[in-house]
Write a protein that binds this ligand. Structure first.
Ligand code: COA
Length: 287
């Protein structure tokens, strides 16, 4: 039986997963590279990973692949962890591992996630009719915090800025994970700065502290009529000055070529490029 969920040596599977996680070309992008964190993340899944785990084996019983799934019935979505498969077993075992594990989840929309360097994951998605979604580019920059004073036009956002920040935010990021109200909530998780040139808010940047010495930049938008005048750069500088932190990280969608050029012009390095793959949409007309 090449695909099974029975009599599995969980430690051997964990070792296999950790080994596969070491390279972006074989890793699942939901997990990192550190063995302990991988174990903790798998243990933290909504459904026990040992219960959804399926493996593939060679004829001699050797482990050749593994896959785990987590789902959320309210969101009607699942997230496939893996599959992690030995190089020459993708064609033979990939579709069966994916098909078996997604059939466990009582939801219609499934996702798996990998670096764009993971060729086998992309080919498996194509072979199974899954959609290749837009890639996410991760950028990072570590630079000394500018010693000069904060630009006079930049200040923390206040409740009065809501209409203007909301207009910019919703036009640029419709339906995104954080609303303008959340960005301006002083007790919330985001810090938001605005650039106000006296005639009104021309742009905002929203960020969070990340770890001990980093900043994660969630959103930055400059009014379309005020772009290419240095406002974006001033807002990034201000985020550094206000936090006193040298490292800034962020993620940007594949289709935002202008933003990617902006970050590259400011000295950010692309550190990863990951792509979600989504199962075919359930047939709405099927009964
Ligand atoms: C990305 C964005 C914030 C940049 O703001 P901005 O005020 O126009 O940027 P700056 O004027 O400070 O640009 C600094 C440098 O970045 C580069 N740059 C900025 N926008 C660029 C673009 N569209 N194409 C190519 N290079 C660009 C240029 O080198 C520019 O210097 P230059 O104008 O002297 O050539 C703005 O274009 C924007 O709001 N985009 C839509 C929202 C978005 O994509 N946000 C990022 C998502 S995470």
């Amino acid at each position: 039986m090449p695909i099974t969920s029975r009599a599995i040596d969980h430690q051997a599977v964990l070792d296999f997963i950790v080994e596969q996680q070491q390279s972006p070309a074989t890793a699942c992008a939901y997990l990192g590279t550190d063995a302990e964190s991988i174990k903790d993340d798998l243990k933290g899944l909504d459904q026990p990973w040992t219960e959804t785990l399926h493996i593939s084996t060679a004829e001699d019983g050797r482990l050749t692949g593994a896959v785990v799934i987590e789902w959320d019935e309210e969101l009607a979505r699942s997230w496939v962890y893996g599959p992690w498969i030995e190089q020459d077993a993708w064609v033979a075992h990939g579709p069966a591992l994916l098909g078996t594990v997604t059939s466990l989840a009582p939801v219609g929309d499934h996702e798996m996630y990998a670096d764009v360097a993971h060729r086998e994951m992309a080919e498996l998605a194509t072979r199974c009719g899954w959609r290749h979604r837009e890639a996410n580019f991760e950028y990072s920059r570590t630079a000394p915090v500018p010693a000069n004073e904060l630009d006079l036009q930049i200040r923390p956002a206040t409740a009065e800025d809501l209409p203007r920040v909301r207009a910019l935010h919703e036009a640029e990021f419709p339906g995104t994970y954080a609303s303008a109200v959340e960005l301006l909530d002083r007790a919330g998780r985001y810090s938001t700065l605005v650039l106000d040139d006296g005639d009104g808010v021309r742009g905002y940047v929203a960020y969070q502290h990340q770890g001990r010495d980093g900043v994660y930049l969630d959103f930055i938008t400059v009014d379309p009529t005020a772009r290419r005048a240095g406002i974006g750069e001033l807002l990034i500088t201000a985020a550094q000055q206000c936090t006193g932190r040298q490292r800034i990280e962020l993620t940007v969608d594949e289709n935002r070529a202008g933003a990617r050029a902006f970050y590259e012009a400011l000295g950010f390095d692309q550190v990863a490029a990951t792509r979600p793959y989504r199962s075919p949409r359930p047939n709405m007309w099927a009964h």
